[in-house]
Write a protein of this length. Structure first.
Length: 190
């Protein structure tokens, strides 16, 4: 198999201090992002299951699609730093294996931002968020606890709307009235 010079130049190479031409480490290259997954955390693949892109609608987030994309890009940088710091503390030291190994999160960065914005803007009860994102209350609490300071860090202040959804049906009705179509399963929940 031949590797072109362009492919070789694109690799993330860390040359060692002693004979760097012979001794080096190849770091994993970040995955190429397609247009349909451009708003996701590149380190987190889209989990199988429901399409939650309807939750990014302006009526729910208060953001235009371009503003949402910009927010996710900003959050991806600070979330990566936050996660690396948490892992460093948990390990008690530097990383011993390559980045990207280990268990994948069930939630994308988009999901994490949506959970936090829905909680902040609509004071959504935790059981509704649990059902919507198919996670536990602990996960919802952890996501909000981790993401809220990141929103502050990137300068995004989520303004409460004064509207409160006590069920998925209420959220789905609100979204439908605003011109966003939630998936059929969401509409029929509780």
């Amino acid at each position: 198999m031949q590797i072109s010079d362009r492919q070789l130049d694109a690799l993330a190479v860390t040359r060692h201090a002693w004979h760097g031409d012979w001794n080096y480490t190849l770091d994993p290259a970040p995955p190429q992002r397609s247009t349909d997954d451009a708003s996701r955390d590149p380190a987190t693949p889209r989990p199988e299951g429901r399409d939650r892109s309807w939750l990014h609608a302006r009526a729910l987030t208060g953001l235009t699609p371009a503003q949402w994309e910009s927010l996710i890009e900003q959050l991806s940088v600070v979330r990566h730093a936050q996660r690396e710091a948490q892992l460093h503390d948990r390990r008690g030291g530097a990383r011993r294996v390559a980045s990207g190994t280990g268990r994948r999160s069930a939630l994308t960065l988009d999901d994490r931002a949506a959970i936090t914005l829905l909680a902040l803007r609509f004071s959504m009860p935790k059981p509704v968020l649990e059902e919507l994102f198919e996670v536990t209350r602990t996960t919802v609490n952890n996501v909000i606890r981790q993401t809220r300071p990141l929103l502050d860090l990137v300068g995004h202040a989520a303004k409460p709307t004064g509207v409160r959804f006590n069920s998925l049906a209420e959220l789905a009705r609100f979204a439908a009235d605003a011109g966003t179509s939630p998936p059929p399963k969401t509409k029929s929940s509780r």
